[in-house]
Design a binder for this molecule. Structure first.
Ligand code: CAA
Length: 274
């Protein structure tokens, strides 16, 4: 693939949007390749996925404005659907997806981050939905997911004003869970860039998730996502079903036996290679 890098590291993987010259802007080819790369994730082995952008400047600077500039109404709608289909695939991906936002996350970039389960960013990250300044609406889920994540009032302010916000403000409004700064020595020299610190944190989080019971983690994602889409009476039924589905699995048997048994080594041995 030309624009996607993919690296599997034990039980998690890192997917990088790699179109650095255009600040990783999403043209049709990038979206197609992202879709293809997601389809190729080995879900037997990979238990969490990190998505990031190439270079220290940008996560994704939006949908490709050059490509969009000459679209007809029908083509515009189809382009929106292409992005929405891929982002919905990420949102409903069976395993958790972490957005490691290493710089600009504008328009489609902010929308890509919002389709992930968890967002963390470097101190230079900038978020925004600048579309109305370009004469369009956010088109890859921004009008829907931003309001759900930060509330309708804040989402409307960001979208109507097209004002970009920096990492501390994104943290304050709950758009990101954590902001990572560069590591410096006593003399103030950078020993680890913010991007390196961010990626290390994203990988550590992915690896922590990957160590937990995989069926339970997947069921948690499904319960939260599906539950948020319906009223509470239906939501708790969704939870009950997914809770029940965990029982009789090796994960549940092992997890509980390990907690209850005094002889942890014996339990480990009994479940080895299962
Ligand atoms: N589409 C296409 N190309 C883009 C791009 C985008 N969204 N963002 C950046 N680029 C390209 C630039 O055209 C430039 O290419 P050249 O070197 O060939 O000229 C290169 O990336 C570097 O960009 P800049 O020179 O502009 O870099 P900068 O540091 O001066 O500015 C920036 C950085 C503020 C992010 C600026 O590039 C910018 O404002 N980009 C556009 C951001 C934007 O409006 N995104 C929303 C797009 S609409 C959308 O996403 C719709 C949707 O919801 C689906």
């Amino acid at each position: 693939m030309e624009y996607i890098l993919y690296e599997q590291k034990e039980q998690y993987a890192v997917l990088t949007i790699n179109r650095e010259k255009a600040l990783n802007a999403l043209n049709s080819q990038v979206l197609d390749e992202l879709n293809e790369a997601l389809g190729q994730v080995n879900l037997e082995e990979v238990r969490a996925l990190v998505i990031t952008g190439a270079g220290a400047k940008s996560f994704v600077a939006g949908a490709d404005i050059g490509e969009m500039s000459s679209l007809t109404k029908a083509e515009g709608e189809a382009f929106g659907k292409k992005g929405n289909d891929v982002f919905r695939k990420i949102e409903t991906f069976p395993i958790p997806v972490i957005a490691a936002v290493n710089g600009f996350a504008l328009g489609g970039g902010c929308e890509l981050a919002m389709s992930c389960d968890i967002r963390i960013c470097s101190e230079n990250a900038v978020f925004g939905q600048p579309e109305v300044g370009l004469g369009i609406t956010p088109g890859f889920g921004g009008t829907q997911r931003l309001a759900r994540l930060v509330g309708a009032g804040m989402a409307k302010q960001m979208i109507y004003t097209a004002r970009n916000i920096k990492a501390p403000e994104a943290y304050r409004i709950g758009l990101v869970n954590e902001v990572y700064a560069a590591e410096t020595d006593e003399a103030g020299n950078v020993v680890k860039s913010a991007q390196e610190v961010l990626l290390a944190a994203a990988e550590k989080m992915a690896s922590t998730i990957a160590k937990n019971a995989p069926i339970a983690v997947r069921n948690c994602k499904k319960a939260i996502n599906d539950g948020l889409a319906v009223d509470m009476d239906k939501a708790i039924v969704i939870e009950e079903k997914l809770f029940g589905d965990c029982f009789e699995t090796e994960d549940q048997k092992y997890g509980m036996a390990f907690f209850l048994d005094k002889n942890k080594e014996k339990v480990k041995e009994a479940f080895k290679n299962k």
